[in-house]
Design a protein around this ligand. Structure first.
Ligand code: ADP
Ligand code: MG
Ligand code: MG
Length: 209
C-alpha cells in the first residue's frame, strides 16, 4: 500500500545518504583530479538534507521524491545539484500513481531525459549521462522486452551503470568542469557517473531487502 511505498522511499534515501557519506572522500578525490574537489561534499550535504526533508514530509512516494529533489537543488550549487535535484523533481511526477514496474520505467526515462535536457550532455561526454543512459535503457528493456521482475531489471541496470562508469575513464571530457582540461581529463573516472552508480547500487540493495 501507499504507506509501505512511502516508507520504502525514506529507507532508500537513508541508504543513499549513508553511502554517500561513506564515499565522500573517494568522490572528492575523483573530483580533485578533473574538477574542483567538491563532489563528495556536495553529494554528502545534499543527500543529508534530502533525508531530513523526506523524514519530515508526509505524503505519497511522489511527494517524497520531489521533496528530496527540492532539497538537492537548494542545498547543492554547481553542476550536480540542479542535475540531480531538478531531474528528481521532474521525474517524481511519474510516481503519482505509486511505484510499479511501469511507473519506475517512466520515472527512470524522465529522469534521464531531464538530465540530458538540462546538461546538454550525451553519451561519451564523460558525465553522469554515461552511467545513467545504459542503466535506464537496460532497465526498460529488461522489463518490457525480457519480461523480468523489476528487481532483476534493476540488477541488470546496475551492471550496465558500472560498465558506463568504467567507460568514462579512457575518454576525454566534453561537458562540465572536466572539459576545461581537454586531453588531460583522459585516464580519470568521472565523479558524477560514480555517484550515480552508488545511488543505483543502494536502490538495488534496498529493493533486495
Ligand atoms: P561542479 O562541477 O559544478 O563542481 P560537482 O563536482 O558536484 O559540480 O559535479 C560534477 C559532475 O557533474 C561531473 O563529474 C559530471 O558527471 C556532472 N556534470 C557536469 N556537467 C554536466 C553536464 N553538462 N551534463 C551532465 N552531467 C554533468
Ligand atoms: Mg566539483
Ligand atoms: Mg563545484
Amino acid at each position: 500500500d501507499q504507506e509501505t511505498q512511502t516508507e520504502a522511499v525514506r529507507t532508500a534515501v537513508e541508504a543513499i545518504a549513508d553511502r554517500l557519506a561513506d564515499e565522500k572522500d573517494h568522490l572528492t578525490d575523483l573530483d580533485s583530479a578533473i574538477g574542483d574537489a567538491d563532489h563528495g561534499a556536495n553529494m554528502d550535504r545534499g543527500f543529508r538534507t534530502a533525508l531530513e526533508r523526506v523524514e519530515e514530509t508526509d505524503g505519497d512516494p511522489a511527494d517524497l521524491v520531489k521533496a528530496a529533489g527540492v532539497a538537492l537543488v537548494s542545498e547543492v550549487g554547481g553542476a550536480s545539484g540542479p542535475l540531480y535535484g531538478g531531474s528528481l523533481m521532474k521525474a517524481s511526477q511519474e510516481l503519482e500513481d505509486g511505484i510499479t514496474a511501469d511507473t519506475t520505467v517512466a520515472f527512470a526515462e524522465r529522469y534521464l531525459e531531464t538530465v540530458e535536457e538540462r546538461g546538454k550532455a550525451s553519451v561519451g561526454d564523460k558525465t553522469m549521462v554515461d552511467a545513467l543512459t545504459p542503466a535506464v535503457h537496460t532497465y526498460r528493456k529488461s522489463i518490457e522486452v525480457d519480461d523480468r521482475e523489476p528487481i532483476d531489471a534493476l540488477g541488470k541496470a546496475v551492471d550496465a551503470a558500472r560498465r558506463g562508469v568504467e567507460f568514462t575513464t579512457p575518454i576525454r571530457a566534453k561537458k562540465g568542469r572536466a572539459s576545461y582540461l581537454g586531453w588531460r581529463s583522459v585516464g580519470h573516472q568521472d565523479p558524477g557517473a560514480t555517484s550515480t552508480l552508488y545511488l543505483l547500487e543502494e536502490l538495488l540493495d534496498v529493493a533486495t531487502e
